[in-house]
Design a protein. Structure first.
Length: 133
């Protein structure tokens, strides 16, 4: 599928352009970059119901955390933690419990942290229920 490139992130355009789609997929190019923010534009309103992160490398030192925000406000229970020792290709997820409602064109952003020193990438999937904006 076509991709829209944002600095350090590639977002699959088919997930964003198709208004009936319920997921946004993104790739983080560097999971070492502590405190580097990455973002994508959410083009439809809804409620974020699930966020998953899949690293491409085993986490050997420190944890990898990915914290999610909507328009600069932290999503309640919006942190995915990949613990030290996690294998490459394993899915880690969170189910947000609040501050997870998006409006059309809301900015979704995420921040990498946790002290991970293992080089690699990660895939992100953000699931949005568009029937309950």
């Amino acid at each position: 599928p076509a991709q829209v490139l944002v600095p350090h992130v590639s977002v699959h355009a088919d997930a964003i352009d198709a208004l009936k789609a319920d997921s946004i997929y993104a790739d983080i190019s560097n999971i070492i970059s502590a405190s580097a923010e990455f973002g994508a534009v959410d083009v439809y309103a809804g409620t974020i119901t699930r966020i998953s992160v899949i690293p491409t490398a085993a986490i050997a030192t420190g944890n990898l955390t990915v914290t999610f925000y909507i328009n600069g406000v932290g999503i309640t229970d919006g942190v995915v933690t990949v613990n030290n020792g996690a294998a490459a290709g394993t899915m880690h997820l969170t189910v947000p419990s609040g501050a997870n409602v998006t409006a059309n064109h809301a900015v979704l952003a995420w921040e990498i942290g946790g002290g991970n020193t293992t080089a690699g990438r990660a895939s992100i999937r953000i699931t949005i229920d568009t029937t309950t904006p």
